[in-house]
Design a binder for this molecule. Sequence first.
Ligand code: PMP
Length: 400
Amino acid sequence: MPAISRRSAELGTENAFVVLAEVNVLVKQGRDILSFCIGQPDFPTPVNIQDAAVDAIRKGRHGYTASAGIDELRAAAATYLGEMRGISIRPEDVVVGSGAKPFIAYTILSVTDYGAGDEVIYPNPGFPIYESQIRANGAVPVPLHLREARNFAFDPAELESKINARTRLLILNSPQNPTGGILTRRDLEAIAAILRKWPDVWVYADEIYSRLTYEGEFCSIASLPDMYERTIISDGCSKTWAMTGWRIGFASNPTLAPVLTRWVTNTESCASHPSQWAAVEALNGPQGDAERMRGSFLARRDRIVNLLNRVPGVSCKSPGGAFYVWPNVTEACRMTGIADSEVFRKRLLEESGVAVLADIHFGSRVPDEGQHVRFSYAASTEAIDRGVERMADFVRKNTR
Ligand code: PMP
């Protein structure tokens, strides 16, 4: 057999999809499973956005576009990104892609060299694609631990201890997957103060959940003095307008835009043309549906946090954004004699039909931070009520 590359053998994955496969097996067996695994809005895409795509198709707008995206979308995204962040962004600095996700790889490819010892600092726990793409592209992954005591921000002193002359890129994600935590303006100011001492470090600001901020105003590192030029801002349509399957994201940086565009040319050619017109409507059209969805997520956050805190052995912080909660189950594991969060989540699925993800699906467990699981609360309130009740029964039944 011809060999596969070491790079592919080492490629990580999103374990959400692995757990989803486990869930599907159980569902096929006729089990009643309540799933809190998948990170996508449970709403249909707003109708005005659907109509814009149908209209584009009917008008024959379904050929290739420029790799950087149609002018209308680059302009709309430049205004959108700039207004939210209080900065001025030119349309030519924005590149459109098939979701925000590809820009993680394109950025790493654009600022690090394979096997050169280039280091990339990234949040842990964090979106698993960061570490996977850092490794696959021959850079050195340097995890930066998030702390529950800091509402899942990291300690700037820890950043300072990890940044050095080999550091090429710092990945930030706020609001964050999986903890739901946010980096406040104060956190970001402390980070910026450190970065000013290291002018050669790029920053990838993964702000895909920007509009799902519940505590205070959304703040981007790109808004702070000296940070705009070196920051790749990444945002998109998936979460804000319930458009995960449409595959539209965008990234902005004045220096890297042409480089990112060449990566798009080399891989996807361009994002889906009809979807780009839908995205123009999402950005420029009425925002009532997006606001209603956000309001619904906020209500569900409060509901699930309240319920989880009543489960024996569980404590859950109220996260500042996204649609995830990251309850601490250390005590529940101890009470039930369950070895760790991964065994906990497996038994919870098999014995109680509740599907969640474990902390190990988002990187290595942070020393001294205990055991956590992730719920995506983009689920019905009925599912939330029943799911958490089942979890409480599971802990009570198994307590020694
Ligand atoms: N970044 C983070 C932190 C995410 O959670 C996700 C989606 N799960 C993405 C990026 C990618 O989003 P998309 O490609 O759908 O725009």
